[in-house]
Design a protein around this ligand. Sequence first.
Ligand SMILES: Cc1cc2nc3c(=O)[nH]c(=O)nc-3n(C[C@H](O)[C@H](O)[C@H](O)COP(=O)(O)OP(=O)(O)OC[C@H]3O[C@@H](n4cnc5c(N)ncnc54)[C@H](O)[C@@H]3O)c2cc1C
Length: 383
Amino acid sequence: MLDTYSPAWMTEDLEIFKDAVNKFYTREFAPHSDRWTKQGHVDRDAWNKAGEAGLLCASIPEEYGGGGGDYRHEAILVEEMERTGVVGFGNTVHSLICAHYINAYGTEEQKQHILPKMASGDMVCAIAMTEPGTGSDLQAVKTTAIKQGNQYVVNGSKTFISNGQQADLVIVVAKTDPSQGAKGMSLMLVETQDTEGFSRGRNLDKMGQHAADTSELFFDDVKIPATSVLGGEEGQGFYQLMQQLPAERLIIAAQGLGAMERAIDLTVDYTRQRKTFGNAIFDYQNTQFKLAECKTTWMAARALVDQLTVQLLEGKLDANSAAAAKFWVTERQCEVIDDCLQLFGGYGYMDEYPISRMYTDARVQRIYGGSNEIMRMLVARSL
Ligand SMILES: Cc1cc2nc3c(=O)[nH]c(=O)nc-3n(C[C@H](O)[C@H](O)[C@H](O)COP(=O)(O)OP(=O)(O)OC[C@H]3O[C@@H](n4cnc5c(N)ncnc54)[C@H](O)[C@@H]3O)c2cc1C
C-alpha cells in the first residue's frame, strides 16, 4: 500500500493530525458518500461537524478561530479526503482559497467578522469568478459593483460556483471600474442570507463530483455596504487573485495525488481477489506491469508536489511551477485511474465501484483552477 510513504515535509505532529483527519473522515463523512452523491450536496451540518473537529480553516491563525497551521495541514486534509473516499466536501474552496483571501487582504474588521464563523462552519464560503461568458479570460468579467453613496450595487451572473448552493458568503469578482481591465477589478464580499436581489440557480448536473454542489448565482441590483470591498481598497482584485493562485493550483495537484493513491490501492485489492482462468488477476504480468507503472507515476508526482510544497512553505513557489504541477499531475491522475479502471473489467464501469466514480470525478481536475491549456501557457512564458 502506498500510504506508508511519508513526504519530506511531514513531522510527528502532522502525522497525528493526519491520523485524526483520516479517522474523522472515515467515521463521520465516508459513510454518507452515496447519499451525498444522490442528493447532490453534502449535509449542511457536515460543515459544523468539521468545524468542531478542527478541519476548517486549519491554516488560519488561531486569533481568528483557525487552527494556526499552514499549507501542510490543508494538503493533508485534501489527500485524506481522497484516500478515505469522501466526496463533495468543498473545504478546499472554503478553507484554503476563500479564508486565505480574507486572511491575507481583509481589513481587521472583515477578518474578525468572517473568519471565526468560517472556522466553526457557521458560514460557508464560495468564490465566484467564472461567468457564463468568461472563464479563462478573467479580465473580461462583466459583473459590476458600482459605488452609490454608502453602498455598492452588484449586477451580473456567475456560473460553475463550488459551494454555491450552501454559501453564506460569496467572494464575487467584479468590476468596480468597468472602463478598466485588470485594474478595475475588486473582490466583493457578499453575504447571501436575506440579501435582496441575490438568487441561486439550480444545482448543475455534472459528469462527476455529484456530491459537490456547483451552481449558478445571480446578482440583480444587490446592495451591499461600502465596507464590502475586500481589503477596503478598490482595484486590487486581480492582484489579490494572482497572489493566491500558486497555492490553489498546488492543492489541486495534491488532490490528484490522493486520488491516484486510492485508485492504486483499490486496484491492488481487487485484482488480488478476482480470479480468471484459475489465477488472481494480480498474478498476470500485464496487471503487475500496469500497476508498477501507476505506482512509479504516483512516485514521480509525489516527488514533484512535495518539492513544490517545501518551496511554498519557504515563500519561494512561483506561479509557473505551480501551473506545471497542476497540469502534469492532473493528467497523470486521469491516466492512472483509467488504467486502474480497466483492471476492474465491467465492474469498473459500475457506479457502485468507487473506481468508476473516481474516473468521472477526475476529469474536471484538468479544467477548473485554470484549465490545463492556460497552465501550459504560463509554463511556456517562463522559458
Ligand atoms: C465542477 C466545477 C467547479 C468549478 N468551481 C468554480 C468555482 O468555485 N469558482 C469559479 O469561479 N469557477 C469555478 N469553475 C469554473 C472553472 O474554473 C472554469 O470552467 C475554467 O476556468 C475554464 O473556463 P471556461 O469553462 O469558461 O472555459 P473557456 O475559458 O471558455 O475555455 C474553453 C477551452 O478553451 C481553452 N482556451 C481558452 N483560452 C485559451 C487560450 N488562450 N489558448 C489555448 N486554449 C485556450 C481552454 O483551455 C478550454 O479547453 C468550476 C468549474 C467546474 C466544471
